[in-house]
Structure formats: C-alpha cells, structure tokens
Design a protein around this ligand. Sequence first.
Ligand SMILES: C[S@@+](CC[C@H](N)C(=O)[O-])C[C@H]1O[C@@H](n2cnc3c(N)ncnc32)[C@H](O)[C@@H]1O
Length: 324
Amino acid sequence: MTVTNESKVFYQTNELAQRMQVEQEEIDKLIIEKNLAQHDINGVSCIKQDDLEGLIQELLLSLDIPYKYYEIPEYLKNCTSAWAQTLVQMYENKITYPASISPNQGSFLRSLVSNFAPKNIVEIGCFTGVSTIWLASALEELGEPATVHSVDLFVDILPVLPHLCGYLTNPFEYAQKSLENAQLSHRVKFYKNNSREIGEKIHEILDEPIDFLFIDGDHTIEGCYNDFVLYYPHVSNGGYIILHDIYPEYCDWEGPRYLIDKFIKKSPHFELLEIKTSPVNYGMAVIRKLGTDKNLELVEKVRKTAIWQQIKHKSIGNFLKNRF
Ligand SMILES: C[S@@+](CC[C@H](N)C(=O)[O-])C[C@H]1O[C@@H](n2cnc3c(N)ncnc32)[C@H](O)[C@@H]1O
C-alpha cells in the first residue's frame, strides 16, 4: 500500500517484502547497505517511491533470480540506427518481458507498416514505448509526414511480483526518454490518458481517418470491446486493426479473443488473419476493415441505453449479456 506524506509517495516495506516473497529483514538489510532512506510513517517502515526502482534492482541481483528476457536477434544488435540500439537497451531491461511485444512481433508490426504505408497510426497501450518505436521507425523510414498517436494511462503500478517483472517509477518519462534516444520523438504524439477519453474525441484529434490501429491496452473483455467500438468507426475502409494477445491460453487475457470470436469472425465487414507469435504465443490478429459493421453499432447502442444499465446485473439481462 502506498502512503502519501507531504505530497511524496512512500511504499511500506512489509508489503514490499510480501510482494517480493522475501523476509522483511532482507529488504531492511538492503536499505541499510545501499544507504537508502528508511522513513517511519505512523509507526510503519516505508521507503520513498523514488528509491523503489533501485531497491528492486538490488534485490534482483542479491536473490540471483534467473533473468528472463526476450532474446535479441542479431539483426537488431547489428543495426546501428538509433531506434534499433534503443530497442536493444530496452529489451535488456527486465520490465519489457513479457509485457512488451517481442522483437519478432515488433519486426512483424514494423513490416506491416512499411508495406501498408499508413498516413497515421493510433496505438492504444504504449507501456514503455517498445511497440511505439517499432511502429515509428517504419514511418520514419518511409519518410512521409505520418505520426504515431500513442495512448496510455502511464500510471505507476507496482506489480504483484516486482522481482519477476521489474518496476518503473515513471513510465511516461521512461517512454519519452526512449523515444528521444531512438531519435523518433518527432514521429510520436503521446496521450497520457484513458483510451476511453481519447477515443471519444479522436475525430477532433485527427483530421483524417485512422489508417492503422494497434490495440494493446486494457485486455479485459470490457476494456478491449470498448476500445474496439470507440476507435474502429474512425478507421478508414481498407485500414488495418491489429490486436495483440489473442490466445488466452498463453497470455491469460480474454478480451481480444472474445472480440474476435463474438464479432470479428461473424462479420462480413472484416478480413481476419490470426498470427502465431514466438517466443511466446500470445498471438496477434491482423484485421482489415472493409466497411462499417452494423451489428457492432447495434450492440453499442443497446449498451448505452439506460435500460441496459439497469438490467445488466439482473437475470433478465442475461439474454443480452450473452451478446457481450
Ligand atoms: C501490455 S502493455 C502494452 C505494451 C506495449 N504495446 C509494448 O509492446 O511495449 C498494456 C498497456 O496498456 C495500458 N492501458 C491499460 N488500460 C488502459 C486504458 N484504459 N487506457 C490507456 N491505456 C491503458 C497500460 O498502462 C499498459 O501500459
């Protein structure tokens, strides 16, 4: 649990110990060894949020936990472009595995952009900016004046097992810095916001339809569905929509699969290609929009009505709920 004191955020060390599955003494020892400040707030030992990233790194080293990361392909290591070298550095950070797309998935995405040459890209779920760099680097190579519009909450969430996933105090700053290092800042516009809020005004933000939409944000059924319904009407006919994490048996997320099975597959308005991915088969779907899907529009209308809001938790609503 975080504690806010004099507008600074602190983490309780007993809770950190629990999350990292170590004894609290282990954490206390490291705090002393590394000269980090320990704060007593209402009788509970805490450390400042700014010290957390370093503490977790130190803990990782001291616990000697096998370091899991994506294997970096030779072509990326050998590529001297700033974007490729930045990606190599990012893939060396524990935070990217498995939350970010792998190098194989990234180069696939990059190749789609290079071939399709979209006028613009909207990305939902940027995280640290790995996928953003893959996308933006393709636009840069094409040389046309096209931009990646990238939406993310960029919130600092301490993962349940930070020693397995790593931790970033300020993901927004990290993403901005990474884009700078990749020399691609001019290709990307970040929106630190909920995808829902941006989706509702996307027609005001863009003066042309979306040519390429990459959805890798909220992977719950509700979240994924909302993103799709909000953004897809603004995708150009013939434009592409890419979903990440489509195989729940590997990635543990239900949203993208649900969307594909309930709507995309059944609609004559989309072409669909499911792609197996490696080294982890979270999968990607390449969807081409052929026209506007009336069924989705109808379902969205029903969802917005007051009556739906009232009945959705009652059994009478089940016949409607099954459509979602
Ligand atoms: C799996 S990560 C994206 C990984 C990224 N595409 C990459 O390859 O590096 C999912 C991201 O979605 C963001 N997210 C989740 N729900 C969101 C929402 N409602 N609006 C905006 N971003 C959201 C999270 O903050 C997180 O950074």
